[in-house]
Design a protein around this ligand. Sequence first.
Ligand SMILES: Cc1cc2nc3c(=O)[nH]c(=O)nc-3n(C[C@H](O)[C@H](O)[C@H](O)COP(=O)(O)OP(=O)(O)OC[C@H]3O[C@@H](n4cnc5c(N)ncnc54)[C@H](O)[C@@H]3O)c2cc1C
Length: 252
Amino acid sequence: MIKFLSVIFQKKIHMIQNFKSKVKSFKYLSKDVFEFVLELIEPDCIDFKAGQYVTIKIPHEDEKPLFRAYSVASSPLNNKELLFWVKHIKIGEGSKRLAQLKIGDEVMLRGPMGEFILRENSDRDLLFVAGGTGIAPFHSMIDYIQRKGIKKNINVYFGLKNRNDFFCEDCIENLIRIYPNIKFNLCLSRENGNVDMDYRKGRVTKALDEDFKEFKNFDAYICGGKEFIEDVENLLISKGQEKENIFYEKYY
Ligand SMILES: Cc1cc2nc3c(=O)[nH]c(=O)nc-3n(C[C@H](O)[C@H](O)[C@H](O)COP(=O)(O)OP(=O)(O)OC[C@H]3O[C@@H](n4cnc5c(N)ncnc54)[C@H](O)[C@@H]3O)c2cc1C
């Protein structure tokens, strides 16, 4: 009964709506990841939880519109603008169209959606494991945790290929500076040489395996591609993590 009521309550506070917005800013952060901010126009604000996503309607002059899901990278404490980090997939029609957005363009979206949200009542520490643009929901969560003054130890493992792929460096550095309870591990699977920052050589699973004997005391959140999630989940379970304390968002 309590679970049923809580589902109804959640649905009420997260009413899915259509929004009209316009592009406030757009820029490339690395060779294949761009960010853009949508300013909401009608309605002019959105209630969402850190970690949720919206579906963006991506129009085309001649062809049918496409609909693609994107995690909100910004904190829900700013509910008038939404930040997105998107990978420009060479073979992907949706991200190719989004990459052509211009400041002032009108964009329709629908949301908020998704259950990849913080279990705020849990007293376990947090393990955030992200591949590529899968860092977006974690940026929203960490910003929210920090602004709300929630005291939690957060271990972040962020997997990329090379140093130059670290598209959200400034944002992450800002969060680390103001929120001392974060241990941030950048894991670079293809980097060999010396670079201008600390990093873990290899995939996130290697770093996690080296750092932890067991995972029992965490709520583990994983975001990225299917194989990435499976690899991380298998490692966590093999080292004692309860399945019910693993939450994930699969991008593709
Ligand atoms: C809940 C949810 C949230 C998402 N949030 C984000 C986000 O914040 N940022 C983001 O960049 N993407 C995100 N995605 C993925 C996004 O919805 C699209 O699938 C992606 O932009 C590709 O769309 P496309 O039309 O360009 O390519 P498609 O034609 O749909 O796909 C082409 C191929 O690209 C691959 N692919 C899809 N996404 C990725 C990716 N991120 N990295 C590498 N390969 C990929 C797939 O294997 C697919 O076969 C999210 C997906 C879901 C389900």
